[in-house]
Design a protein around this ligand. Structure first.
Ligand SMILES: Cc1cc2nc3c(=O)[nH]c(=O)nc-3n(C[C@H](O)[C@H](O)[C@H](O)COP(=O)(O)OP(=O)(O)OC[C@H]3O[C@@H](n4cnc5c(N)ncnc54)[C@H](O)[C@@H]3O)c2cc1C
Length: 471
């Protein structure tokens, strides 16, 4: 007889495992299906985020940042360092240790919450009052199903990704040596982050981007500053290119492309990263067997509460519309578990923060000045630089600024945009303010510790009314 559960979650990435934990906390009998195998061939929970995404990339970003700092940025502090040596195998080992700690942590959470881990890939077999799902040779049954099957790297037609010479995120996080010349196709978040890792470790990095604008989703003031900083650091970025043939041989890779003026160009490199977006994982899910609606691009169709067209079937995270971000997947996981329990949760999709972990980091929430104006809103803006903030100077991190976009009539914060080495942590003040429908004046009237980087957020808020105190 098939094992029966109240809730079966398909996929144990940040969306799925959090949904499973929350559903178990709410008293349901829960199983989570996951068949991911890591590079060692071991089954692992955690999905893209923990295994080949957020966590390993941030580990390498931090290690490479330390390496660059020791090599180049301690002199200003009066610290002379010589004989800096890179041990890439150890750096990669540290990354693996962090990944293992995190993925094993989910195994612990599953045990603690009595969640059954069904090892393998799940496929809908039949629907009705309850759903039957096959996992290998076994079939399980559940009244509620949460699909959290995530996404995988998008590849380009005609370019074979072998994850040795030509890599997506999986290979690019595991290079055994630092390539002398690294090519990157795509100047999005992942391309910039991974390009930065290898540039800091010594690669000559060239990034080819098809779009004519750099970081088009950011506020223009931020993307301009980012362009200035990244190109100064040595990232060679070409915009508006059209990629042609890619020839990969052990002796080197040739990328033929047309530049923004249409002229034929060639990039020669030793390794190539293809980071041109991600596609949802819905093949092999058996969507047709139960009539689960999937759009032409492969995303499961859902409403604002992640309900699919089928009763009691929800879908969350990268496999549905919206930003492909781990925290968005997690919050959707909590929301659907609580909906199943009859609660009334919701997510404010307008206050989801975006973060790019380059140096400096870039973070934003809400609308850019340009987006707000395009939406017909009348806005006022406040901006303040880190270059005159005592804490930033002490840290030797004076680059960047905070910009706040507020409604001209009501002062309500519509967006916050930060470019600075600690932007990822600072943006949360903008998220909280917007979640509570706060105004720039609210931030300006809150006491901020001194000396802190957060004082720049406050000064930017004061600057919305052109009354910054320290400029
Ligand atoms: C290099 C990189 C860096 C990133 N950095 C960040 C970051 O810093 N911050 C951030 O917010 N986001 C980041 N992301 C994005 C983030 O990883 C994703 O948004 C997040 O993992 C999505 O979570 P998910 O649960 O929807 O899917 P996933 O994490 O993709 O997990 C889905 C899981 O479902 C499993 N699965 C698929 N099909 C089946 C099936 N039929 N049966 C059972 N299991 C199945 C898969 O094996 C996988 O384990 C990064 C991504 C990459 C690639």
């Amino acid at each position: 007889m098939a094992q029966t559960f109240d809730v079966v979650v398909i996929g144990a990435g940040p969306g799925g495992y959090i949904a499973a934990v929350r559903a178990a906390q709410l008293g349901f009998k829960v199983a989570c299906i996951e068949g991911w195998k890591n590079a060692k061939g071991e089954l692992a929970l955690g999905g893209t985020c923990l295994n080949v995404g957020c966590i390993p990339s941030k580990a390498l970003l931090s290690s490479s940042e330390e390496y660059e700092k020791v090599g180049h940025h301690l002199e200003d502090h009066g610290i002379a360092v010589s004989g800096v040596k890179l041990d890439l195998a150890k750096m990669q080992g540290r990354k693996e240790t962090i990944v293992t700690k995190m993925t094993k942590g989910i195994e612990f959470l599953f045990k603690k919450n009595k969640i059954a881990w069904l090892q393998g890939f799940g496929k809908f077999v039949s629907g009705g009052a309850s759903y039957r799902i096959a996992v290998g040779n076994e079939t399980v049954e559940a009244k509620y199903v949460i699909v959290a099957t995530g996404s995988r790297a998008r590849h380009l037609p005609g370019i074979t990704v072998d994850n040795d010479l030509v890599c997506d995120n999986e290979g690019a996080l595991a290079f055994p040596s630092v390539p002398r010349r690294l090519g990157v196709i795509g100047a999005g978040v992942i391309g910039l982050e991974l390009g930065s890792v290898w540039r800091r470790l010594g690669s000559e990095v060239t990034i080819l981007e098809a779009l004519p604008n750099f970081l088009g989703a950011c506020d223009e003031a931020v993307s301009k500053e980012a362009w200035k900083q990244f190109t100064r650091q040595g990232l060679a970025i070409s915009l508006g290119v059209k990629i042609g043939k890619v020839t990969a041989k052990k002796s080197g890779i040739t990328v033929e492309y047309n530049d923004k003026d249409g002229a034929a160009q060639k990039l020669e490199c030793d390794r190539l990263i293809v980071s041109v977006g991600r596609v949802p994982n819905t093949d092999g899910l058996g969507a047709d067997a139960v009539g689960l609606k999937v759009d032409p691009r492969g995303f499961i169709e859902v409403d604002g509460h992640c309900k699919t067209n089928l009763p009691n079937v929800y879908a969350i995270g990268d496999v549905v519309r919206g930003p492909m971000l781990a925290h968005k997947a997690e919050d959707e996981g909590v929301m659907v578990a609580e909906l199943i329990a009859g609660q009334k949760p919701h997510i404010d999709y307008d206050t989801i923060p975006w973060i790019i972990y380059t140096s400096p980091e870039i973070a934003w929430v809400g609308k850019s000045e340009q987006q707000a104006k395009a939406a017909g809103l009348t806005v006022k803006t406040g901006q303040f630089p880190f270059s005159i903030n005592g804490r930033a100077l002490g840290l030797n991190e004076p680059t960047g600024f905070v910009k706040i976009v507020a409604d001209a009539a009501t002062d309500r914060v519509l967006g916050m945009h930060i470019i600075h080495s600690r932007a990822s942590d600072l943006i949360q003040e903008g998220v909280t303010t917007m979640e509570f429908a706060g105004a720039a004046e609210d931030i300006a009237r809150i006491v901020h510790g001194h000396p802190t980087l957060a004082e720049v957020v406050r000064e930017a808020a004061l600057n919305v009314d052109k009354r910054s105190l320290n400029s």
